[in-house]
Design a protein around this ligand. Structure first.
Ligand SMILES: NC(=O)c1ccc[n+]([C@@H]2O[C@H](COP(=O)([O-])OP(=O)(O)OC[C@H]3O[C@@H](n4cnc5c(N)ncnc54)[C@H](O)[C@@H]3O)[C@@H](O)[C@H]2O)c1
Length: 434
């Protein structure tokens, strides 16, 4: 233990990061930029090769930063035998849902199995992937202890949730407080030392389960509040009241209110998925997490609601949705980033296609619609120009990319369905908020 702590203190510890995605890559860079030798592991060779060439595959993480780090003390590999060279190993692999919305821990389990042959005395293992409380203790601990090594004495194990917010200019991996919970006191000490050497503030909690649960609370809080405002959008719309103006007015209250905004549905790797990790685990205890289920129900109904509103709007123009040309604006799930995972735009496009519309999309961040776990659109982005937009029967705003805020883009658009409140209601365009 003392050997590990002194290596961390002197920044001579070698840090391994498993899973070099939206979470693992910025974390690897942070450790490298703080003077640590970093070894990044991924099963995707195209990523490790790109990093070793100094190239970025995540738009908001600049290639300059990657080139500098990988010219200095960072390396990436698909060869997990190099885990033996690391002193600390941080796990940032995906935690998706299965077809029945059950947690899919296969990536965590595979990673644990990959670590086992290389686990040795003095190793610190930290899980960062979002998951239900108990995963670190119930899934990782027994696998790692199957080596005969004992946690707290021979090696150390902790959970520290990632709070990455891609594209957020106000907070970085370094400045966002980092929660750490250990399997035992010694593990907590080791993990606190590791993160304390690179982030501005470490928040110590009394167990790995508290740390796991705190991340879920943060995400459930968002899912429930977004569902609330999505429900209010439907209610106020029926009453002829603009929900966006209601929110602007309510948010002038300087205390006790936090603004959330409606939209076409939830997207991203976290908010649409993580709450169901807890709901699933709660069922094991005979408890139904009703708020979580209800929020899921309201939020997943949104794409269908938006499509229904679009069909009504086209109909009001005296046209049929069958054969109408619709342009969906934005494929990524939030503004000004290139992450399209779980984006509601996919469902909007598919639902419109099912109704017979000819659908195109425009997204300067996603030039080609990649094949995902659930979707395969086979489409490419059309140009982001007023001339292009003018050729459609309707444009449907799904993502509030800054480029889409230019009013001149819509000057010859007859009908705009706007789920993000970014198109001003002026000029010849009929704007329907949905
Ligand atoms: N994206 C976010 O903003 C965010 C924020 C907070 C928490 N999280 C959580 O962090 C975790 C990772 O999310 P992400 O967004 O970085 O995912 P990601 O898909 O961007 O990255 C995961 C990486 O892990 C790699 N990988 C998959 N299986 C692997 C294996 N067995 N061994 C090594 N590498 C493997 C993938 O190739 C990929 O590069 C998830 O649990 C997620 O819920 C994500």
């Amino acid at each position: 233990m003392n050997d590990l702590l002194s290596k961390i203190e002197s920044h001579t510890a070698r840090v391994g990061v498993i899973g070099l995605g939206y979470v693992g890559l910025p974390l690897a860079l942070l450790f490298e930029e703080s003077g640590f030798h970093v070894l990044g592991f991924d099963v995707d060779a195209s990523k490790t090769e790109a990093l070793n060439r100094g190239e970025s595959y995540i738009r908001h993480i600049g290639a300059d930063r990657i080139a500098a780090a990988f010219a200095r003390r960072a390396r990436a590999t698909t060869d997990f035998r190099h885990l033996a060279e690391c002193d600390a190993i941080i796990i940032c692999v995906p935690t998706p849902l299965g077809r029945h919305r059950e947690p899919d821990l296969k990536y965590i389990r595979m990673t644990a199995d990959a670590i086992v042959p290389h686990l040795r005395r003095g190793h610190l293992i930290v899980l960062e992937s979002t998951t239900y409380p108990g995963t670190t203790r119930q899934e990782l601990l027994p696998r790692l202890e199957s080596t005969g090594l004992s946690c707290g004495r021979d090696f150390f194990l902790a959970f520290s949730p990632e709070r990455e917010d891609p594209g957020n200019q106000n907070f970085s991996t370094k400045s966002i407080p980092k929660i750490v919970g250990g399997i035992d006191e010694a593990s907590l000490r080791a993990a606190t030392a590791l993160y304390g050497s690179v982030v501005d503030r470490v928040v110590i909690v009394t167990s790995a389960e508290i740390a796991e649960s705190s991340k879920l609370l943060e995400n459930i809080f968002r899912a429930v509040n977004i569902a609330l405002v999505n429900e209010l959008k439907v209610v106020f719309d029926r009453m002829g009241i603009d929900v966006w103006q209601v929110i602007e007015a309510a948010k002038t209250k300087p205390f006790g209110f936090m603004a959330f905004y409606p939209g076409p549905g939830l997207g991203g790797h976290c908010i649409p998925l993580d709450p169901f990790y807890l709901a699933w685990k709660a069922a094991e205890y005979g408890i139904w997490a009703r708020f979580i289920e209800l929020a899921g129900e309201v939020n997943t109904a949104m794409p269908r609601y938006v499509v229904d509103r679009t069909v009504e709007a086209i109909n009001a123009d005296g046209k049929s949705i069958v054969g109408s040309k619709i342009l969906v604006l934005g494929l990524s799930y939030k503004a000004d980033i290139d992450d399209d995972r779980e984006s509601p735009s996919f469902e909007l496009i598919e639902l419109l296609q099912e109704r017979g519309a000819a659908v195109s999309y425009c997204d300067p961040y996603v030039p080609v619609a990649r094949r995902g776990r659930k979707h395969d659109l086979g489409l490419k982005s059309v140009p982001c120009t007023a001339e292009e937009f003018a050729t459609y029967d309707a444009v449907l705003v799904s993502t509030a990319h800054s480029q889409f805020r230019d009013p001149s883009l819509y000057k010859n658009v007859k009908l705009a369905v706007d789920t993000r409140n970014i198109i001003p209601t002026q000029g010849a365009t009929r704007v329907v908020r949905a």
